[in-house]
Design a protein around this ligand. Structure first.
Ligand code: BTN
Length: 243
C-alpha cells in the first residue's frame, strides 16, 4: 500500500486531523506529529506526550475495509509487536489495544470508524513511547529508551511498522485472522486473573489465551468458559484481590 507521510510539529491530535480531513487525505496516508495538544486515548482518556514519543495515525479509506473494523486494532498491535521484536525487545500484547514491556505500557492503539450511512473510513492512532526518559508519577509506563538505554529514529520505527502492517494486511486477504497467531504467541494476559470491563460491567476472568480470531478466552468465577471480543482488561493485583 502506498503511504504518503504528512508531518506536523504540533497538532491537537493526529487522529482528529484525519477525521476532520479524511475527504482530502489518500488511502494509506500517515499523519505524524512531534507533539499533540489534545492526544486522545481509549474510553475518553487523554494521551499526554513530551515530544519524545512516536505519534501517528493512518487512514484506511473506503468501504473495502469495512470487514476489518473489528480486527484492525488487534492487527495493528500485531504489526507493532513484530516491529518491537525486530529491535530485540520482549514486548507482550495486552489484549486488545496495548503493548507492555516488563509489566509497563509502552504503546497504545486507538481505532475509530468514520461512517455516514455506512462505514467510510478507519482511522488508527498509535502512540509508542520511544525516546522518553521519564513519565509522570503514578503512570505505569515505560519507553524503548528506558528499556534499552538507546535512542531510536522515529521515522525508521514508523517505516518498519508500516512494512509489518502491509504484510499483515496482505495476508489478511488470503488468510483471515492470521495475525491472531502473533497475539497468542505474545499474550500478556495469558494465565493472569483480570477484571474485564465489558459494557460498564466488571467481570472476573482467568485468562486462558487468544483464539484463532483474536478473541480473549477466559474462565469465569463459576468455571464457565467465556470468549470475549471486546472490552478493557485490568489485571488483578494483590491489592485489588484484597478489595
Ligand atoms: C490508548 O492507550 O488508550 C490509546 C492511545 C492512542 C494514542 C495515539 S497518539 C497518536 C494518535 N492521536 C491521538 O490523539 N491518539 C492516538
Amino acid at each position: 500500500m502506498k503511504h504518503t507521510i504528512i508531518e506536523f510539529k504540533s497538532l491537537d491530535s493526529t487522529s482528529t486531523y484525519i477525521k476532520n480531513n479524511y475527504a482530502s487525505v489518500d488511502d494509506g496516508s500517515v499523519v505524524t506529529s512531534i507533539t499533540q495538544t489534545s492526544g486522545r486515548g481509549r474510553l475518553g482518556r487523554h494521551w499526554i506526550d513530551d515530544g519524545k514519543s512516536l505519534l501517528f495515525s493512518f487512514l484506511l479509506k473506503g468501504k473495502k475495509y469495512s470487514s476489518l473494523l473489528d480486527s484492525i486494532s488487534l492487527l495493528s498491535g500485531a504489526a507493532m509487536e513484530l516491529t518491537l521484536l525486530e529491535l530485540g525487545l520482549s514486548p507482550l500484547i495486552k489484549w486488545p489495544n496495548d503493548i507492555y514491556i516488563n509489566d509497563k505500557k509502552v504503546c497504545g492503539i486507538l481505532a475509530e470508524g468514520i461512517s455516514s450511512s455506512s462505514l467510510e473510513c478507519i482511522v488508527v492512532g498509535i502512540g509508542l513511547n520511544l525516546n522518553n526518559s521519564s513519565f509522570e508519577e503514578g503512570l505505569n509506563a515505560t519507553s524503548i529508551y528506558l528499556e534499552t538505554k538507546k535512542e531510536f529514529d522515529k521515522k525508521a520505527i514508523l517505516f518498519s511498522f508500516l512494512s509489518n502492517l502491509d504484510k499483515l494486511l496482505e495476508s489478511e486477504e488470503k488468510n483471515p485472522y492470521s495475525f491472531s497467531k502473533i497475539i497468542a504467541a505474545h499474550d500478556y494476559l495469558k494465565d493472569k486473573d483480570i477484571y474485564l470491563n465489558y459494557y460498564g460491567e466488571n467481570k472476573f476472568l482467568h485468562c486462558l489465551g487468544i483464539n484463532s480470531t483474536g478473541a480473549l478466552l477466559g474462565k469465569d468465577e463459576e468455571g464457565k468458559l467465556i470468549t470475549v471480543t471486546s472490552g478493557e482488561a485490568n489485571v488483578v493485583t494483590n491489592l485489588t484481590r484484597a478489595i
